[in-house]
Design a protein around this ligand. Structure first.
Ligand code: TYM
Length: 331
């Protein structure tokens, strides 16, 4: 059976980008007919300046939102990364097949390190080694497919490279994974800055739609989205990034194609209005279920406990085998 693994980082509130680029496909496609694991990757949230209480709160919130979005613990395994030691254990061994040059070439490292330095802060070593931990997340489970948004492609490529390199040097230990992306919605842009990705921790807050935003907040953010000069509604990501983003959001919400939709609109205002309502309707059931789940934190904790037990059982044999293969004595 196809093994699927993906994760989400509790560094901020989940966004419409997370939902359209990843979570919705996990819910609607990936958890069916596969052996799927989904993980709140809390260790990754420690790679930049963080507040411990906030990370704990966001970890619980992300898990609750994933259940509210429709992940079904009967169909998939949902757990928190730090509850399964195998991730950190394997990460160290993979650091011994990765190179520092490879790490320094990672686009997200370059961007985030520049941001930290720009704020006068220092760069944590874990930010540099982040992609190795991510490779460990994936490789520990013999993962075939990693459903992610576009921005994670380079990291999944690294996981592939490390798997191949390890297998060649030390014997066949890992499955070589591949990234999968949704047809529409793999890169949702910030509404105020449509040439940048809509990220959880961006400074441009009014351009980010959060999954828990009230309907009126969503409407306001979408209606105020930056559009381009020109009047006709055409889908052109290069020349008209603002309008293209709105078309992409609307198409992703409604299951259509952004190019086809562009013909249906004569004004930016009408497009914004429909996009806003489509997002409100998309989020409504998620928000309702989230409210119900918040009233039952013991249920969420139970799901995570069971998920971690299952995940541990799946990861341990492969990580043990990798330890032996690379030259460590079994205990
Ligand atoms: P993270 O937490 O930034 O994002 C979670 C998922 O959401 C996707 N995504 C987007 N998709 C479309 N448009 C956007 N604006 C947008 N923003 C985020 C991401 O591509 C991702 O699929 N490094 C990962 C977490 C991770 C992981 C893993 C993923 C750690 N280990 C192992 C897969 C497998 C990250 O920071 O995702």
């Amino acid at each position: 059976m196809t093994r699927v693994f993906s994760g989400i980082k509790p560094t901020g509130h989940l966004t419409l980008g997370n939902y359209l680029g990843a979570v919705r496909r996990w819910v609607e496609v990936d958890q069916y007919g596969t052996d799927a694991l989904f993980c709140v990757v809390d260790l990754h949230a420690l790679t930049v300046d963080h507040d411990p209480a906030r990370v704990r709160r966001l970890t619980r919130q992300a898990a609750t939102l994933l259940l509210a979005s429709g992940l079904d613990p009967e169909l998939c395994t949902l757990f928190v990364q730090s509850h399964v030691d195998e991730h950190a254990r394997l990460s160290y061994v993979l650091e011994c097949v990765a190179t520092d040059g490879e790490m320094r070439r990672m686009i997200q490292y370059k961007e985030k390190a520049a941001l930290e330095r720009g704020r006068g802060g220092s760069v944590r070593l874990s930010l540099l080694t982040y992609p190795v931990l991510m490779a460990a997340d994936i490789l520990a489970y013999g993962t075939h497919e990693v459903p992610v948004g576009d921005d994670q492609t380079q990291h999944v490529e690294l996981a592939r490279d490390l798997a191949v390199r390890f297998n060649q040097r030390y014997g066949q230990a890992f499955v070589v994974p591949r990234a999968t992306h949704p047809k529409v919605g793999a890169r949702i842009m910030n509404l105020q800055e449509p040439t940048s990705k809509m990220g959880k921790t961006d400074d441009v807050g009014p351009g980010i739609v959060y999954l828990l935003d009230e309907p009126d907040v969503v409407r306001k953010k979408v209606m105020r989205a930056v559009t381009d000069s020109g009047r006709d509604v055409v889908y052109d990501r290069e020349e008209r990034p603002g309008v293209a983003n709105l078309l992409e959001i609307l198409a992703a919400c409604e299951g259509g194609n952004p190019e086809d939709l562009s013909g249906a609109y004569e004004s930016y205002g009408a497009l914004k209005k429909d996009a806003a309502e489509a997002v409100v309707e998309l989020l409504r059931p998620v928000q309702e279920r989230h409210k119900a789940l918040c009233a039952d934190p013991a249920y969420v904790e139970g799901v995570l406990r069971l998920g971690a037990e299952k995940a541990r059982g799946m990861a341990r044999p492969r990580v043990d085998a990798a330890y032996r293969a690379i030259g460590l004595l079994s205990s």
